[in-house]
Design a protein around this ligand. Structure first.
Ligand SMILES: Cc1cc2nc3c(=O)[nH]c(=O)nc-3n(C[C@H](O)[C@H](O)[C@H](O)COP(=O)(O)O)c2cc1C
Length: 213
């Protein structure tokens, strides 16, 4: 997958999303309207293949509308029995970012990120809260890529001390659990998506025992 094509299509998909999706409770905008079917599927696949973890950001703010749109993409994820056992904390406060960057060992990039979203599971609403919140997180990451933003999944669950740090700084009560924290910003520098395509991991019809070198 050539990066330049993926990047251009990702940016195009992002522009379409921004232009045609109305964030907010009443927004039912349809992304990619005006594209034919092949263009839509190509744009979606290119965006999936172009997504990468981004840990360096420009000093440029991300608008509230854009952050709301990311969360709207999160809420479009599949969810067991349609329970939607998720909540999202969007924050841009410099002090909260600094404190959390200090407390979270693998989220130091939060200090430089202009914004972050914490995906929070409602453990009383569904046994499948974690799966559903993971699906929502991936949707947010894909939407960020499509919008020309950079983002990275940083783990909270299942690490007690990381969950507690996030819960205390952001005031998240029981029975809610932060699954992850996603720093978000406009990427600084060029980053390539990793090629993870490993055909030997596919089994057709039945498990195939394979030799590993
Ligand atoms: C469950 C999960 C937890 C992760 N936790 C962290 C983290 O705490 N800090 C971090 O920098 N990246 C974290 N990552 C991002 C991974 O390091 C990254 O997805 C992986 O290296 C593959 O790179 P890619 O996202 O660019 O394809 C996490 C990813 C997942 C799915």
């Amino acid at each position: 997958m050539k990066k330049s094509v993926g990047y251009l299509l990702g940016a195009a998909a992002g522009a379409m999303l921004l232009a045609q999706c109305t964030p907010g409770p009443s927004g039912n905008g349809t992304a990619n309207a005006g594209m034919d079917k092949n263009e839509k599927s190509e744009a979606v696949l290119e965006n999936i293949f172009a997504r990468k973890s981004v840990r360096n950001y420009q000093k440029k703010t991300v608008s509230k509308d854009t952050l709301d749109l990311l969360v709207k993409a999160g809420m479009a994820a599949p969810t067991g029995m349609n329970r939607q056992p998720w909540e999202f904390v969007i924050f841009t406060d410099a002090q909260a970012k600094d404190v959390l960057a200090d407390k979270l060992p693998y989220a130091k990039m939060l200090k430089e990120a202009p914004a972050a979203i914490v995906v929070v599971g409602n453990t009383e609403s569904s046994k499948l809260w974690m799966e559903d919140c993971c699906a929502a997180t991936e949707n947010i990451l894909l939407a960020a890529e499509a919008l020309g933003l950079g983002a990275v999944w940083t783990a909270a669950y299942p690490y007690e001390e990381r969950m507690e740090a996030i819960r205390s700084v952001l005031g998240i009560p029981d029975p809610y659990i932060p699954l992850c924290l996603i720093p978000i910003g406009y990427p600084e520098g060029e980053q390539q998506a990793k090629d993870k395509w490993k055909p030997e991991k596919i089994h057709y019809n039945k498990w195939q025992f394979k030799k590993f070198s």
